[in-house]
Design a binder for this molecule. Structure first.
Ligand code: GLU
Length: 416
């Protein structure tokens, strides 16, 4: 039976706890979230009717700093998934050594079915329902699947109106004009790029002529597709929720980005050279680097044997299940884990938060320089530990992340 994301997250903790000999009391503690809020969001629709949506905000751990993590809008969102995503944020922030904890939020809604005004009302009501558990010192939301800078602006405004003053540091991923950071939008893609580059250096591979397959073509998938395409890689396939496009000679990424940014689905793009494929078919295309950059639980024990690539670069959170991890390891495929590979987004979110608090803004070259520094430091630590102990990169990344949390808990002690 397929595990839910929260079950996967707990299983990952067990795997690592055994490897690192973690105190069983801590293992038990880390599998729990600090708090989870379920809210009801009534929204007056444009036609006068009333729709009711359900939303969540979960803090997994604030032991190393305020909660940090995105907010996703999707019809599949549920509490179980948001808990898992909050746990992964704790590990990610810890691995990058950011003074932040892990949190996540979600609203069970298909935002494509809402008008812009309905989306604004939904966002503002959700914000006001969770207002007591967010704030620059408590928990700082950010964009995730199907949310963007405009939605962050509405959250920031709703929070600020309630506080009676402007509080830009309550969310990151905002528009630049109201306290956002340059380089935030491309940050996750840039981080993926730096990590892939570092990995290929270690393996003595030149990825610039590589064949790439990407599941997902939103902010993360789209940015890494563009970066690799510009470097001369052949991007053989990309996909969105409507399906994927495949061309053995490499897709014209810039044209596809323009198409999807205008609000179109990939399946409606016409180019007779391109084949329409499903998201499942995409995963089994032979390539050098496979980048799952959509949702969790995509590579499981069912399809892991069909994967034909050298490296999996996890742009999404939790795309590979623990069972699939074992199969991929036996096949000799290198998996660069999510909490390392896609950490660029939260890293620049941290820079944005620091800039907001100091009211002093940086230039793009400083952002990218500092991002690269943090990403490469984490990569080196993970890579070295994985070599030293002969363990997968994911296990190494988790050991580093969990050790820091364990140390913080030990130093702070258990209240009261
Ligand atoms: N949603 C992104 C992630 O999963 C970014 C979170 C953030 O910037 O707080 O890492």
């Amino acid at each position: 039976m397929e595990l839910t994301p929260f079950e996967v997250a707990k299983k990952q903790i067990d795997v690592v706890a055994e490897e690192m000999g973690l105190d069983p009391n801590l293992t038990k503690y880390l599998k729990r979230v600090e708090r989870a809020l379920i809210v009801t969001i009534p929204v007056r629709m444009d036609d006068g009717s009333l729709e009711i949506f359900e939303g969540y905000r979960v803090h997994h751990s604030t032991v190393r700093g305020p909660g940090k993590g995105g907010l996703r809008y999707s019809p599949e969102v549920n509490l179980d998934e948001v808990k898992a995503l909050a746990i992964w944020m704790t590990w990610k922030c810890s691995l990058l050594n950011l003074p932040l904890g892990g949190a996540k939020g979600g609203v069970c809604v298909d935002p494509r079915k809402l008008s812009k005004r309905e989306l604004e009302r939904l966002t503002r009501r959700y914000t006001s329902e969770i207002i007591n558990i967010i704030g620059p010192d408590i928990d700082i939301p950010a964009p995730d699947v199907n949310t963007n800078a405009q939605i962050m602006a509405w959250i920031m405004d709703t929070y600020s109106m309630n506080k009676g003053r402007s509080v830009p540091g309550v969310v990151t991923g905002k528009p630049i004009e109201i306290g956002g950071s340059v380089g935030r939008e491309s940050a996750t893609g840039m981080g993926l790029y730096y990590t892939l580059e570092a990995m290929c250096e270690k393996l003595n591979l030149d990825f610039k002529s590589y064949k790439i397959v990407i599941q997902g073509f939103g902010n993360v998938g789209g940015t890494i597709a563009e970066l690799l395409f510009k470097e001369g890689c052949k991007v053989l396939a990309v996909s969105d929720i409507s399906g994927g496009l495949y061309y053995s000679e490499g897709l014209e990424i810039e044209k596809l980005l323009k198409w999807t940014k205008e609000g179109n689905y990939l399946k409606d793009y016409t180019d007779e050279r391109y084949d329409l494929i499903t998201n499942e078919e995409l995963l089994s295309i032979e390539c050098d680097v496979l980048i799952p950059a959509a949702l969790e639980n995509q590579i499981t024990e069912k399809n892991a044997n069909d994967i034909k690539c050298k490296i999996i670069l996890e742009g999404a959170n939790g795309p590979v299940t623990p069972e699939a991890d074992k199969i991929l390891l036996n096949k000799g495929i290198h998996v660069i884990p999510d909490i390392l590979a896609n950490g660029g987004g939260v890293c620049v979110s941290y820079f944005e938060y620091v800039q907001d608090i100091r009211a002093y803004f940086w230039e793009l070259d400083r952002i990218n320089r500092e991002l690269k520094k943090i990403m490469l430091k984490a990569f080196e630590e993970v890579y070295e530990l994985s070599k030293e102990r002969n363990i997968p990169l994911r296990t190494a990344a988790y050991i580093i992340a969990i050790s820091r949390i364990a140390k913080a808990i030990e130093l702070r002690g258990i209240f009261p």
